[in-house]
Design a protein around this ligand. Sequence first.
Ligand code: NA7
Length: 546
Amino acid sequence: MTVTSTQARSAETATTVLDAVIIGAGISGMYMLHRLRALGLKARVYEAGTDVGGTWYWNRYPGARVDIESQEYSYSFSEELEREWKWSERYAAQPEILRYLNHVAERFDLRRDMVFNTRIASAHFDEASNTWQVATDTGEQITARFCIAATGCLSVPNEPRFEGQDRFTGPTYHTGRWPHEGVDFTGKRVAVIGTGSSAIQSIPQIAQQASEVYVFQRTPNYSVPAHNGPINPAVTEGWLASREENRQLQKVSRAGFIFSNPGGLLATQTGDNERREVFESRWAQGGFSVQSAFADIGVDPVANAMAAEFAADKIREIVKDPETAEKLVPKGYPFGAKRLCVDTGYYEVFNQDHVHLIDLRETPLTTITETGVETTEAGFEVDAIVFAIGFDAMTGALSKIDITGREGLSLTQAWAEGPKTYLGLMITGFPNFFTITGPGSPSVLSNMIVSIEQHVDWLTDLIGYMTGVGIALIEPTLESQNAWVDHVNEIAGHTLYTQANSWYLGANIPGKPRVFMPYIGGVGAYRELCTAVAANGYMGFKLRRA
Ligand code: NA7
C-alpha cells in the first residue's frame, strides 16, 4: 500500500519522525530505502512524481532507451531478481525499464514507505537537536537524523527560454517531461530543437509519424550506432552463467560496464590499417565501445582527432546529401567531450525527404511565433514543437530545494562557485546530508546503476557503523573537501573533456559556474578510494558522538 502524505502524518500539525528521509524514488532512492530498512531504520522516500522510476518515469519521449546494455544496466544486489527478470532488447526501451523498476518496487514492497506527488521544499539542519527539519510542498514536517538526496543527475529540465515561445498556439513538449499518454504526431509538422541524446533518440521515431520534421541544431553531436535488437538468449545465459565475475568486472572497470575499459593500444602508435580495423570493429559492436577503442582518445588531441575523423567519415558515408552530412559533422570540440550519443537510425533519418536540418550556427533562431519557428533566414510553420534541450545537470535538483546546514549556511551559498563535495557523497557544513552520485563522483561518466549501488552500499555501511557505535554526526573536513575538489579538477584538466561546452561543465545553463562536475578518475579507482576511506576510520570526515 502506498503511504499518502496525509496518512504519513498522525495529525495535521504533527511532525513525522524518521531516521532517514530519502528524496526521490528513482533507482537510487529505491535501493537506499531497501538497504536502510534492512538496517532496521525508519526511512521514507518522498517523490514528486506519481510513482517510482525517476529518470525512467519522466523521460517517456519516443525512442527513449538506455545506452548501456540491458543486463549491465540492472540492479546487482539481488541474484534472485537478476535471474527472474528477462530483458527483451539489447538496449532496453523506457517502458521496459519502467516495468522493471515497478517489478522491483513490488518485489521488495518499497511503496509501503514511499510518499508520491510530494516535493521536498526545504531541509534545514538543526544544531540543537542534530536533526534535519524537512518540509514538503504539501505541508508535511519531517524530523530525521539523516537526509539523503537521491535526486538524480538529470532530473530538472533545462527550461526553454526562446523569444516568443509563449505565443506559439500549438502544443509544445519537453523530452524530459513527456506526457504519460504519449503523443501522436501522425501527419503533423514538428520542430525539434536540440540535438543531444534525447533528440537523437526521438527524431527517427517522430519522423515515422510526422509529415515534416525540422531539426534545429546548435551543436552537432557525435553519435554511434546501438545496433539494438532482441537480446539473444545465449547472451543472457552467458551473462548469468558468469554473473559474479561480470559484476566484479563492472566494479573495477573504468565506467561501470565491461566494455568501458580502454583497449590496450594507443591510437597514435597504431598503424593506419590496424587503427581503422579497430575502429571498424568497435563501430560494428556499437555503443560506447567506440570511445574506448584506444587508451589515448580522451587525453591526446592527436588520437582524439583520429577518432573524430573516423566518426566524421561514417557520417559522410551514411548521409547522402553532402551538405547535410557536413552540417552533421561535429567540429571545434573533441570526440567524446560532450556525452557520446548512441542511436538507432539517427544519421539515416536525414536521407528521408521530409526530415530537414537547420543549422543554427549559420542561421540562428530568432523567435518562435504563433505558428512556428523563425531563424535569421527563414520561417518554419509547424504544428508542434519538441524542446530536446536537456537538463540542469547534477546540481539542478538540489538547487531547487531550500537546503541549509550548520550556522544557516545555504547550499546555494556553499556552491556559489560550483559544487564542492568530498567524494561526491557529502558537503562540509551539512552534517548527515548525503548525495547519491553527487557532483565529484563518477556518476554521469559511468553506468549509473553501478555507481548508485556503490554509493548506497557505502552509505549503508556508514550509517550502520554510526548507529552501531553511537556516532551522531558525520561531515567532511574542509581540508578533505578542498583536496577532493582540487583532485577532481586536476584530473579533469588532464583530459580533453574540459574543451567542450557540455552539461558536464554546466555550460548549457546560462549563468551556471563553469566547473567540471563529475569525477573522471574511473569507477574502479574511485571505489577503491571510497573503500580505503571507510577502512581508515572514515578518513577525511569528522565524526561526533552523541
Ligand atoms: P543534452 O545532451 O544537454 O542536449 C541538449 C541539446 O539541446 C543540445 O544539442 C543543445 O545544444 C541544445 N540546446 C540547448 N539549449 C538550446 C537553445 N537555447 N537553442 C538551441 N539548442 C539548444 O540533453 P539531452 O536531453 O539530449 O541528453 C541529456 C542526457 O540524458 C544524455 O547525455 C544522456 O546521458 C541522457 P548545445 O550542445 O548546448 O549547443
